[in-house]
Ligand binder design. Structure first.
Ligand code: GTQ
Length: 370
């Protein structure tokens, strides 16, 4: 071992490595320990954004940027500090595959329609009254709703309601960028006009698990709005059975025509951690971004304690040990997105349970306050 190391560091080998690099060739003997570590070495780091910080920045953006002047959405993305700001690859990456942002729309505003090869989802965190118009269908949104915007469909937003609205966006931007699949078109009409009845996709699924017989064949998003009331009912309906030891009571938003995740590359979950719940620790190859919808507690990630409260966002990178604790006086509700479907599709999903069950807390994360 020692001998190999000395040999690789010898001036002769180092000089040859440089000689190869100068003509756009590369020595595998130098690269392999970094390219093929024995297990994942995430570049994304665990991180937490406090709601107060995000709210302050959105309120400042409200003054500085309007969709009318800027021609785009008023969205601020969560940049993972371990990935590279303003540099492909890594720009606008919350995890190595996913982008997450918070978006503010004010009454009277409209964000122009466009389409792109990234698939989007939204989780509505504050307010009601705005709609997104997806391929001619106006879908009205309110707090707790989950919406999908499939790849390639026109979508824009407008707000005829009365109060500011804020939601979380998640798209597979870093993934699509890395594999060279990015296409984008602005809509010729600025905001697309309605061409089908408002909310008609969700109307077709009022029966819950009953689907129109024409939906036997897979479609990208036959159901595009999942209301908070149904999600909450699904979670409360799990009472009386033991919670999952890692995730509490948890449900996944699915595409009813395929039974697969509602977004092809993102698993979207809502978890209910009962009052006093302390999960077991595990790690897996998929990375997650959590939004604290209700409640308070903490998550230990690789020995670091991340304290969270309503509105906060937390990243748990791939292959990081983590466990959740609800310290509040009520059940906690965590909305999360992860790249589990990507890992499964590449046959890379693996999980390990920490034999000790819990991690010792070695440090406490200090969030940025602005
Ligand atoms: O609202 O359609 O945060 O297209 C990033 C890209 C939001 C959106 C984002 C988008 C949108």
């Amino acid at each position: 071992m020692m001998e190999t190391h000395t040999f690789l560091d010898s001036p002769e080998v180092q000089q040859f490595n440089e000689e190869l690099e100068s003509v756009h060739l590369g020595p595998l003997w130098h690269a392999i320990p970094v390219l093929m570590p024995r297990e994942p070495q995430p570049q994304a780091v665990p991180y937490l954004w406090k709601w107060q910080l995000l709210h302050d920045k959105l309120m400042k953006a409200r003054e500085i940027f309007t969709p009318e002047r800027g021609g785009e959405r008023r969205a601020i993305y969560l940049q993972n500090p371990g990935l590279r700001q303003r540099q492909p690859w890594g720009w606008a990456s919350t995890t190595q595959t996913l982008y997450a942002a918070v978006q503010l729309i004010l009454p009277g505003e409209a964000a122009p329609s466009h389409r792109h090869t990234q698939s989007a989802l939204r989780f509505i965190t504050h307010g009601k009254g705005a709609y997104t118009i997806v391929q001619g269908e106006r879908v009205f949104m309110e707090e707790g709703d989950f919406l999908t915007t499939p790849q390639g469909l026109w979508h824009g937003h407008a707000h005829p309601g009365e109060e500011p609205m804020i939601w979380m966006d998640c798209l597979d931007i870093p993934l699509i960028y890395a594999i060279g699949g990015t296409f984008f078109d602005p809509h010729p009409d600025h905001l697309e006009s309605p061409s089908v009845p408002d909310g008609h996709s969700a109307q077709r699924y009022q029966g819950g698990m009953l689907r129109p017989i024409s939906d036997r064949h897979p479609a990208a998003a036959p159901l595009n709005r999942f209301r908070w009331r149904s999600t909450e009912q699904a979670l409360l309906g799990m009472d009386g059975t033991p919670p999952d030891p890692f995730d509490g009571y948890a449900v996944e938003y699915i595409n009813p025509s395929t039974g697969q995740s509602a977004h092809p590359n993102v698993a979207s979950w809502m978890q209910r951690l009962p009052k006093g719940f302390h999960s077991l620790a595990h790690r897996h190859t998929y990375a997650s971004i959590y939004h604290v919808f209700r409640g308070s507690g903490y998550t230990i990630v690789n020995g670091q304690k991340f304290e969270w409260a309503e509105g906060d966002y937390l990243v748990v990178p791939n292959w990081a040990w983590h466990e959740h604790v609800n310290t509040g006086s009520t059940d906690a509700y965590l909305f999360s997105v992860s790249d589990l479907p990507i890992m499964e599709r590449f046959n890379l999903q693996r999980e390990e349970v920490l034999p000790a069950e819990h991690q010792p807390i070695e440090s406490v994360f200090e969030p940025a306050l602005g």
